[in-house]
Design a protein around this ligand. Structure first.
Ligand code: V47
Length: 384
């Protein structure tokens, strides 16, 4: 029998053993417990019940196609004012986004693209032909595009319902919606920090409608600014309820705040222990999510490797390039732009797990899988 030093965790362990979902109060207890050993033991066991000895990674290409954004979120260092900051402005024509994906070579399984609320780029006229072009050239590459905030913005601009816009995007090949834009669902937080962004109810609705169209998705929480532990715990409960109403979330990704160059700079960075608590609490609160992602670019490779002992079962992807990620690099991440897949395998095996290559929807591939020869010849030499 393991020794539990925090009495609050005794009742929580009993609930988990009985298959009872944890409450908001349990979430706060997990986020504040000094008993990290028990937290880790419970989260690791929960991970192993879901994904056994597997930990996932993906060969992917990451692109921020525009950094023009009119949302003005206080945590953001990425967005530019297109008139005042022309030297930092990135707004890629569709041909450039396509060429960047193609230069990765044929051997990858996901293209991940997010941008800003850019009125010139967030339109169906831009995205539908580009998505079709991707699917024609690289049918094995899943399209993980947009956040719910971008989809809400695009739907409002086109005066379309979520059902209509997501139907069109699915038809053009959208496989997965990225988890960003969730921030913290609390109304108090959103009013203070991101008042111009989609509210919680609409963020959840976009994902729920997407799931009904067969589009998978992820969810996130931005932690480490002005939110309370109660607000973090409530965010988990809201995600779990949404997953019950309309299943389709694959992974939850805790997003640690990065303070450089934004208005919340005084909050400072998160600590490694904050990060570890978030992975473990997410795993225990989100009992109807299969995957908790420790994204190397956000918490760094070493914290993410440690997170594998605290409930995480995914490290995200290679990124396949040198200069494409801007959200975290503008805000001061010290992670690079690219991780070789051999490095993921080493980190995962050192942690005692089996490394499994995946795509956005967690289909599994052999590490040395390559697309059929005919496709390789049309696309070019194997890369990434
Ligand atoms: O919504 C912005 C966050 C998100 C900062 O689905 C920041 O696999 C920390 O969609 N410090 C967008 N976070 C990124 C996104 C994403 C990220 C990782 C994985 C997935 C996935 C999707 O980035 C935003 C916001 O929450 N963000 N600025 C910052 N300074």
């Amino acid at each position: 029998m393991a020794y539990v030093t925090d009495p609050a965790l005794v009742a929580i362990e009993r609930k988990i053993d009985d298959g009872i979902s944890l409450s908001r109060e349990d979430g706060v207890a997990l986020l504040s417990t000094p008993d990290l050993h028990t937290l880790g033991r419970l989260a690791k066991a929960a991970k192993e019940r879901k994904s056994g000895n597997k930990v996932f990674y993906v060969l992917n290409r990451y692109i921020n196609s525009t950094n023009v954004c009119y949302a003005n979120c206080k945590f953001c260092s990425f967005a530019v004012d297109e008139f005042k900051e022309k030297d930092r402005l990135v707004r890629m024509p569709a041909d450039e986004v396509f060429a960047k994906a193609m230069e990765t070579g044929p051997n990858f399984n996901q293209v991940h693209i997010v941008g800003g609320h850019d009125p010139k780029q967030l339109s169906l006229d831009y995205w539908i032909p580009l998505m079709r072009r991707f699917k024609e050239a690289l049918p094995h590459v899943q399209l993980s595009l947009f956040t719910a905030a971008e989809i809400d913005y695009m739907a409002r601009r086109h005066r379309l319902s979520y059902d209509e816009i997501l139907g069109s995007l699915r038809e053009a090949g959208l496989d997965n919606i990225n988890g960003g834009g969730a921030e913290v669902f609390s109304e108090r937080f959103r009013k203070l920090v991101c008042p111009n962004k989609v509210d919680a109810a609409h963020w959840l609705e976009v994902h729920e409608v997407a799931h009904r169209h067969g589009i998978a998705s992820n969810a996130t929480m931005l932690y480490g600014t002005v939110e309370t532990l109660e607000e973090r715990a409530e965010h988990f409960v809201m995600l779990r309820e949404s997953q019950k109403r309309s299943p389709g979330f694959n992974a939850f990704i805790p997003l640690a705040f990065h303070p450089d160059g934004n208005e919340l700079n005084d909050c400072g960075p998160t600590t490694g222990l904050d990060d570890i608590r978030m992975f473990a609490t997410a795993r225990l609160m989100l009992d109807n999510f299969d995957h908790i992602k420790a994204y190397w670019m956000i918490q760094g490779l070493k914290v993410c490797q440690a997170a594998l002992q605290f409930g995480a079962d995914d490290m995200d992807g290679t990124h396949g390039s040198t200069d494409e990620e801007r959200i975290y690099h503008a805000a001061g991440t010290s992670s690079g732009q690219y991780v070789d897949d051999r490095e993921f395998r080493r980190l995962i095996e050192e942690a005692g797990y089996v490394a499994v290559r995946r795509n956005s929807t967690y289909d599994e591939f052999a590490h040395d899988w390559t697309p059929p020869t005919a496709l390789r010849e049309t696309v070019g030499a194997p890369g990434a």
